[in-house]
Design a protein around this ligand. Structure first.
Ligand SMILES: N[C@@H](CCC(=O)N[C@@H](CS)C(=O)NCC(=O)O)C(=O)O
Length: 220
């Protein structure tokens, strides 16, 4: 039995999408960052930091999306979605798994400032501007990781799942049209049947209440 502990639009979506690519059967336990469910003793026993994803894989519990992607690709080697140690592309693959969390952490800090504060006046406009500029820089870094249509010249891999998930959230803070190469790449990925199947199970997000958050002072 495989059970994914998941927040809609959370990093656990990466694991959900990969499991669809691998054709795995799994159950989903849904949580919200807002309702306290991730602070319950049962959840903290699975994920001591109170974060998703947590994956119950036949009785073994795993956290950290990048590590889970690697382990699942090792245990389910077909279809081949990651290069083995020593194979071409392995360094770029590992680099991208780790780099994806550079984007993830910047978005998380923006989320804290822009959607989670009880009192929006507590947010710092200067910090928001700095974080947004850094997120733009990180997206330029993502562009530089691509090699043709995907991260790896050999084709689609789990690195594409790890990296492109960040755009799902970055788009609330940065106009993605500024990054046409990333937009084309993302559109290509979103057309994959496994992405569409995962989206159907993702659930309703309760993080964002609008489509875009302009910089402070630039609201119209
Ligand atoms: N590096 C971790 C980050 C996990 C993480 O921070 N997940 C967020 C959701 S995207 C979370 O659970 N946040 C809980 C909270 O903010 O209370 C990973 O990639 O799995």
């Amino acid at each position: 039995m495989i059970r994914l502990h998941h927040v809609p639009l959370g990093r656990s979506f990466r694991v959900m999408w990969l499991m669809e690519e691998l054709g795995l059967e799994y159950e989903v336990a849904y949580y919200s960052i807002r309702d306290g469910s991730m602070r319950s003793p049962d959840f903290l026993a699975l994920s001591p930091a109170g974060r998703v994803p947590a994956l119950d894989y036949h009785g073994e519990t795993m956290v950290e999306s990048g590590a889970i992607l690697q382990i699942l690709c090792e245990r389910h080697p077909e279809p081949r979605l990651q290069p083995a140690p020593g194979e071409d592309g392995r360094a770029r693959y590992l680099e991208t798994l780790a780099y994806s969390e550079t984007i993830g952490c910047l978005v998380e800090n923006l989320n804290l400032n822009r959607v989670f504060l009880r009192n929006p006046e507590d947010a710092s406009p200067v910090v928001i501007k700095l974080l947004t500029a850094r997120l733009r820089g990180a997206l330029r870094g993502a562009e530089a990781l691509l090699s043709g249509d995907y991260v790896l010249p050999s084709g689609f891999s789990a690195a594409d799942i790890m990296l492109s998930y960040g755009f799902e959230l970055a788009r609330y803070y940065v106009r993605m049209e500024e990054f046409p190469t990333l937009m084309d790449y993302w559109e290509r990925l979103k057309a994959r049947p496994a992405y569409i199947a995962a989206k159907a199970r993702d659930g309703e997000q309760d993080l964002y209440d609008r489509d875009f958050y302009p910089l402070p002072g630039e609201e119209t």
